[in-house]
Ligand binder design. Structure first.
Ligand code: NDP
Ligand code: OXD
Length: 313
């Protein structure tokens, strides 16, 4: 019998209790799921972790075989010096589907000019405003082609958009123009009518969107950022929005969350703030991923979605 510590926020246990118990049982591994404080930490075999949970010091978990993150992002744990165990991140079908819905929804909103339409219900028939271009004539750029970025890029290409993606390593994804490296970034930015950023928070991605890079985008470009708040130099973005270099930004993630009420983003006429709701791990599907990694750990097989701690994601 192994011991699995559920170390997410206590209020999330109600959502995970049944799916996690059933998913682990379905693997054939006999496990007791415990809450923090219930047993000696040294007896824990796996820590189901969340950056919002009560366990952030792993020193006492001397017998743990892995720390299994319920989140895709690992920036709050990857540099944790008490962590000596393998760290796995979440790649979950529910999380992916949620991100695809969020990104395609906001890209279509920009593409079709839905905000302007909603603001113009005033009895004036503005047919001279023109019809939106076809999706194939709209260039959308995806920064990050990982589990989430690739799924979103493919969904947008499936809707007919001209999609370019940018990642650290070279990729070959049918229907997507794939770029990498500094030259690739410059090329991607230059054609980004709508730019979506689903990059992880690492030292290399910090303030990737800054005064120098924002100015490389087409005038009036739109930005959607459900990656991490650190990807953007906020002052540079606000300045670019004020002078019309960037036409609008939809931001889901911020350096400080909750975004403080006095932050200029809230009141800016060309910013939409969403409260880190682009996507969330879903208990049913995320439990299957956790259970599969526990099965692998017990069978001596390699873990899925191992984080490369030197890369930071
Ligand atoms: P992955 O690790 O699967 O993908 C990350 C992508 O970013 C990869 O394509 C990687 O390139 C690329 N990348 C990383 N560093 C660089 C760099 N320096 N230059 C260029 N490309 C880079 O992550 P996911 O797709 O699963 O998740 C991405 C992020 O989305 C998470 O880290 C998290 O921050 C955020 N997120 C936000 C949510 C929300 O609700 N707002 C929900 C879930 C996640 P390569 O392929 O070459 O390795
Ligand atoms: C995640 C997130 O990383 O919700 O999973 O942002």
């Amino acid at each position: 019998m192994i011991r699995v510590l559920f170390a997410d926020k206590p209020e999330n246990w109600a959502r995970y209790e049944r799916p996690l118990t059933e998913a682990i049982a379905a693997t054939g591994v006999e496990a007791q799921i415990v809450q923090p404080g219930e047993i000696d930490p040294a007896q824990v075999d796996y820590v189901v972790y969340s950056p919002q949970g009560p366990v952030q010091d792993f020193t006492a978990y001397t017998g743990a075989k892995a720390v299994l993150n319920l989140w895709a992002g690992v920036e709050r744990v990857v540099g944790n010096e008490t962590l000596t165990q393998p760290l796995c991140r979440m790649v979950d079908a529910g999380l992916e589907r949620g991100m695809v819905d969020y990104v395609t929804g906001h890209v279509l909103r920009y593409h079709l000019g839905i905000d302007a339409t909603l603001a113009q219900q005033d009895g004036v028939w503005r047919h001279d405003g023109g019809v939106p271009p076809l999706a194939r004539d709209r260039s959308v750029v995806m920064l990050g082609l990982g589990a989430l970025g690739k799924a979103c890029a493919e969904a947008l290409a499936g809707l007919g958009f001209a999609v370019t993606g940018w990642s650290r390593s070279p990729k070959d994804i049918p229907g997507i123009t794939c770029l990498n490296g500094d030259d690739g970034l410059a090329e991607a930015l230059s054609k980004a009518e709508i730019l979506v950023s689903i990059l992880p928070d690492t030292p290399e991605t910090t303030e990737l969107l800054n005064a120098d890079t924002l100015v490389q985008m087409p005038k009036g470009a739109r930005i959607i950022n459900p990656g991490r708040g650190t990807l953007i130099d906020d002052d540079a973005l606000l300045a670019a929005l004020d002078r019309g270099q960037i036409g609008h930004a939809t931001l889901d993630v911020f350096r400080a969350e909750p975004l403080p009420p006095e932050h200029p983003y809230w009141a800016h006429p060309h910013v939409t703030v969403t409260p880190h709701i682009a996507a969330e791990s879903r208990a049913e599907t995320a439990s299957e991923v956790i259970a599969e990694n526990i099965r692998r750990g017990e069978a001596g097989e390699p873990f899925l979605y191992l984080v490369d701690r030197s890369r930071g994601y």
